[in-house]
Design a protein around this ligand. Sequence first.
Ligand SMILES: C[S@@+](CC[C@H](N)C(=O)[O-])C[C@H]1O[C@@H](n2cnc3c(N)ncnc32)[C@H](O)[C@@H]1O
Length: 392
Amino acid sequence: MEFSKIIEGGKEYYVLSPIINNTIPRKSDEVFFNPHQKINRDISVLVLKVFAKLNNNDNIVICEPFGGIGVRTCRYALEVPSSTIHYNDVNPKAFRIAQHNFSHLSEPYRDKISTHNGEFTDFLNSLYLDHPIMDFMDIDPYGSPIPFVHRSLKFVTTQGLLAFTATDLASLSGLYPRAMYAKYGIGMFEDRIGNVHELAARSLITGIQSIGLTQNQSLLPVFTLYYRHFIRTFMIRIRGVDKVLDRTGFLCKCDKCNTMFQTSLTTKGIECSFCESNRIRRVGPLYLGKLHNESYLTPLNDDPNIKDKNSSKNLSKIINLIHEENKLDIPWSYDLPHVAKKISRPIPPMDFIIEKLTELGYKCHKTHYSGTSLKTNANFSDLCEILKLSSD
Ligand SMILES: C[S@@+](CC[C@H](N)C(=O)[O-])C[C@H]1O[C@@H](n2cnc3c(N)ncnc32)[C@H](O)[C@@H]1O
């Protein structure tokens, strides 16, 4: 095996050469290291530290069933104080490299890690648990995490944290409506609605939640990141279904005036909130509550590590944007190129649009997931008028 060395979180790791840099990893990439996942690992460490603090937990038990070459496990051992980590990976080659990386940790950190080389279900069975003990389950497979949700829930404590990574963005965003329905239970009725990035994040969360509901559990997101080729969501497990059902409904777009709005799960005779037309396109059922919990966002940005040289450069900027998005509590955004094309006008600067919408009394903000999407409760007609203003 040929090794390269990389530095992450201020420490050197062994990875297999060549390092995959600019492609989206697939199952067939036998053992790889994806440098673009650094931000995923950075945010995971930060969220875990906030979770530990908010819960006064002084020994976080972490389960990493898809541990790869062990970089994430090492980072949890080194950067999350008082943690115990159960590492596993099915691939013997990844397992061997992980062992190598663990052996380079100093003893107190190495001793925090137990290792296993097996398939997800076999690994969890090998733990011989008769009650949940994991404070944190990190589900980071390839593609969709859905096949692993049901089993993961059995191992995490009530009020415990679960994190899921998904890379099957085409299904999640409704590009393939049949796959979206098959994997996540979301119906795309007729046409694409609004910006697809947020739709994809909500589809993932809804798909995970629907499995929790069958076990009388609500899984509530505390932080959700859409970045390049993946979505990462962190969710707290609580008893009962109401917290999810109360926030689940349909995302709607009026076919007559193009305004977006939401309805609850049980609304009958849906009408446009602006022009009262009943020609409505829908997508759902979808979780329409907040994607982030305020009690996580402020401490995340206050962590001294967020601005240090080892942290992902733009993480602080992303969290600031997420903070503003979250305050609006509007579960959709408009895709500006799409709006501009509809009225055959160029897209004015985002700040100009925001200034004008704010003058009209609307809520609005940029989003972290796309430079050309705008989150606003403005009706489509007023949004178009502002686009026309700038080119008149
Ligand atoms: C995306 S990588 C994990 C990367 C790692 N979490 C990190 O951040 O460095 C996915 C890993 O899951 C492993 N894997 C895939 N299916 C698995 C299964 N059913 N059981 C256990 N491991 C599996 C693969 O061998 C691969 O190493």
